[in-house]
Design a protein around this ligand. Structure first.
Ligand code: G1P
Length: 290
């Protein structure tokens, strides 16, 4: 069965980015001039998924406004003859079929995904987390879908992290099947380095079987008092195949200040309109620092 729907949990409070997130959603913080969430929506679209459910919460109106039409702004730009900007603004308004649902309480990622049950129905679906932005030739979600086409099941995007970072992620206990593909035996959410079964960390891209929904509905709150997606995936991998795929590409944790800075610098260096001048500036700066 093809993956036609994606879920983007976007209800988090963004405490790691206060005070910027006091009055605006963290998903709207831009990398240069494009809100982080737009990269995520674009990746889903580039992977062939058009129906996207955004799980939002209080204070997230700016996300809906961003992907909506902007009649006044469009009129203003048209009057001023700013055709390029007008086209840019119009394109964002027509990117995807976006649907919105509010998670009433911050009960965790597992609960956010469970909120998507009606929307998804009985089909495999994608989940993309907004804190992870992946730069790659083939979109990261598309890479998961490629594997799904060959080995139907639940597919998790994974990357190897240094031992000191395992406590930030869901970590796999898994058996290698072939280069870059693992069969998941078990998982643990944010283990201490000495307890981690591997260094294979789940990053925020998933293709998930709908069997996850009844499991999530029966999952009690785990780490941090939240309903953890990882806890439900642990149950799922005993019933159905769950695979880990080492994706190809560079991933940035833009929910982290340093990760955000790295993404900004690397995206800027890549931009034809900014890259050459910015690179010259960085070289000069590094030279001055000696
Ligand atoms: C979530 C998941 C975790 C995963 C991570 C990827 O954690 O619970 O398993 O490894 O996303 O970014 P969070 O970063 O929301 O704490």
């Amino acid at each position: 069965m093809k993956v036609n729907k994606a879920v983007i949990p976007a209800a988090g409070m963004g405490v790691r980015f206060l005070p910027a997130t006091k009055a605006q959603p963290k998903e709207m913080i831009p990398i240069i001039d494009t809100p982080a969430i737009q990269y995520i929506v674009q990746e889903a679209l580039d992977s062939g998924v058009k129906d996207i459910l955004m799980i939002t919460g209080r204070g997230k109106y700016a996300i809906e406004d961003h992907f909506d039409k902007s009649p006044y702004l469009e009129e203003f730009l048209a009057d001023k003859g700013k055709e390029d900007l007008l086209a840019l603004v119009r394109e964002i308004g027509s990117l995807a079929r976006l649907h919105y649902l509010r998670q009433k309480e911050p009960l965790g990622l597992g609960h956010a995904v469970l909120c998507a049950r009606q929307f998804v129905g009985n089909e495999p679906f994608a989940v993309l987390l907004g804190d992870d932005i992946v730069r790659s030739k083939r979109p990261c979600l598309q890479q998961l879908m490629d594997l799904y086409a060959e080995m139907p099941g639940t597919i998790l995007a994974v990357t190897e992290v240094p031992p000191e970072d395992v406590s930030k992620y869901g970590i796999l206990d898994a058996e290698p099947l072939r280069d870059g593909v693992y069969r998941v035996r078990d998982m643990v959410e944010k283990p201490r380095p000495e307890e981690a079964p591997s260094r294979l960390a789940v990053i925020g891209r998933y293709v998930i079987s709908p069997r996850i929904f009844p499991i999530l509905a029966a999952t009690p709150p785990g780490a941090g008092g939240e309903i953890q997606l990882t806890d439900a995936l642990r149950v799922l991998c005993r019933e159905e195949p769950v695979y880990g795929l080492i994706f190809k590409g560079r991933r940035y944790d833009v929910g982290d200040k340093l990760g955000y800075l790295k993404a900004t610098v690397e995206f800027a260096l890549d931009r034809p309109d900014l890259g050459p001048e910015f690179e010259a500036y960085l070289k000069e700066l590094v030279g001055e620092m000696g």
